[in-house]
Ligand binder design. Structure first.
Ligand SMILES: Nc1ncnc2c1ncn2[C@@H]1O[C@H](COP(=O)(O)OP(=O)(O)O)[C@@H](O)[C@H]1O
Ligand SMILES: [Mg+2]
Length: 458
């Protein structure tokens, strides 16, 4: 049967989706991805605007190739899918399920003939009803939708959820060892790429790998992360330091109130928005040291990874204490001889006078270009530190990502991203595989999404 008309409730033009918010009480949006109008009709009756089911049908998709785009345009929560729809690709069920803003679940509308049932469940549907649809079996959908979505949300908020990953891969990942860690990103010089490395590592761990991660901007020369990531500077490390000054202790509840959620499992403790704030007593001497110790201990207890962006100045009590407490210190250097020698000198002082354990230091060579005239081997020899990553010089890419407010590893691939992934893999080995799988489930309608969402982050 060919469709003769469209359901009257179907909007003809996409409306701008509302950003998700916990207080959002709009009805759930349903897309009917079905071949026959006869099957769509019971849904359009049952889920007409203003119905009491808390679910509203927003469009009828007749072309499998358009399904993911339609789901994003209409900000859908659920798709009722006839798998015999023309041009439908089975992997779209996973694309929808792992879509960035929220899971979009799929329920199968299974044709009476054929083997679709088990195939669809393997592909990730959350339930099914049988075709043809009528008022009776369509009514079963209400309960299926609510329970399927609850499942999906529970899964997404669990520690083992990894976005954009096939179940078989998740099993492989579970067998790989890794350790929770506090990671300091530091250099003896400004402008070498500390913030770039720290932010992107935090994205790789907290957003891409979905491990509970906190990016701590503890740079006492002035915080940058909130500017790069377009976060409000209102809740910042200085507020927390003053709180500690008053009560002399911190617990996770105190800290939570100062964290800014970024995306997936990444939270940010914004740094001092103005440099003069570093002069406050709570950051100085013993007070600064005690606060930093309490802060890092608390953050560590709340997360899998703490990534700290530190300033270069080792006279700052905050920086020094953070270096002392880090499990790993990534020393960022550029391929410039004078800066390498400076860094080497500062490191010598740290090792001798501050008695810092040398084995925790690693080298990250940033802005590397063979034409700079130094070889990687020479640099490692001068620094006497094991190198965990070489990031190429690529100003256009890095600047473009700064200007867009989207860190480079969330902004597609490229050599800089790939080399940052290699650094991240030394901290969290499954990252390599997660990154490899990532492209496969990317929503197809990226450009479209960007157009629709305008200024919001991709
Ligand atoms: N691999 C790179 N290629 C080109 N430019 C880079 C690279 N890494 C960082 N930059 C640029 O260098 C500047 C300093 O980087 P930043 O991360 O802020 O350094 P720091 O935190 O050490 O002061 C920024 O303008 C940044 O865009
Ligand atoms: Mg910086």
């Amino acid at each position: 049967m060919m469709p003769t008309n469209r359901p009257p409730s179907t909007p003809e033009t996409p409306t701008r989706p509302q950003p998700p918010s916990p207080t959002n009480t709009r009805p759930l949006r349903l897309i009917a991805a079905l071949g026959q109008w006869g099957d769509v009709q019971p849904l359009s009756n049952l889920f007409a605007p203003g119905n009491g089911n808390g679910i509203q049908m927003v469009t009828w998709c007749q072309d499998g190739a358009r399904l993911v785009d339609d789901a994003i345009v209409f900000d859908a929560d659920v798709v009722i899918l006839d798998p015999s729809l023309p041009s439908f690709a089975l992997e779209d069920i996973q694309r929808l399920y792992h879509s960035e803003a929220r899971p979009i679940i799929t329920l199968g509308a299974i044709p009476p003939h054929g083997e679709w049932g088990s195939t669809l469940y393997r592909a990730g549907i959350k339930g099914h009803i049988e075709l043809p649809l009528n008022d009776d079996n369509a009514r079963r959908l209400t309960a299926l939708i609510h329970s399927g979505l609850q499942d999906a949300l529970r899964e997404r908020s669990s520690a083992s959820y990894i976005p954009q990953i096939a179940p078989q891969l998740a099993q492989v990942i579970a067998t790989q060892g890794w350790q929770r860690a506090v990671i300091a990103v530091w250099s003896a010089k400004g402008g070498v790429g500390k913030t770039t490395v720290a932010e992107n590592l935090a994205m790789l761990l907290g957003v891409i790998s979905n491990r509970k991660t906190i990016l701590l901007d503890a740079n006492m020369a002035g915080g940058n992360a909130h500017i790069h990531l377009r976060l409000s500077p209102q809740r910042n490390i200085a507020g927390l330091a003053r709180l500690y000054e008053g009560q002399k202790r911190l617990d996770p509840k105190d800290v939570l109130g100062y964290l800014t959620p970024f995306r997936n499992n990444l939270q940010v403790l914004v740094g001092i928005p103005r440099q003069f704030m570093a002069g406050e007593l709570c950051f100085q001497g013993e007070a600064g040291r005690d606060f930093t110790r309490a802060l890092i201990e608390t953050l560590h207890s709340m997360s899998d990874f703490v990534v700290m962006d530190l300033g270069q100045d080792t006279n700052s009590a905050v920086h020094l204490q953070a270096l002392r407490q880090a499990d790993q210190i990534l020393v960022v250097v550029n391929s410039e001889k004078a800066s390498l020698l400076d860094t080497h000198e500062v490191l010598d002082t740290l090792w001798e006078h501050v008695q810092m354990d040398r084995s925790r230091f690693r080298l990250v060579l940033n802005r590397f270009h063979p034409e700079h005239g130094l070889q990687r081997k020479e640099i490692v020899e001068v620094m006497q530190l094991p190198e965990v990553g070489v990031i190429p010089e690529m100003s256009e890419k890095v600047t473009a990502s700064l200007n867009s407010g989207v860190p480079i590893v969330l902004n597609g691939g490229g050599e800089v991203a790939e080399s940052l992934v290699r650094v991240g893999t030394t901290l969290y080995p499954p990252l390599g595989q997660i990154w490899g799988q990532r492209g496969k489930f990317k929503p197809k309608g990226k450009g479209l999404r960007q157009r629709l969402f305008g200024g919001t982050r991709e």
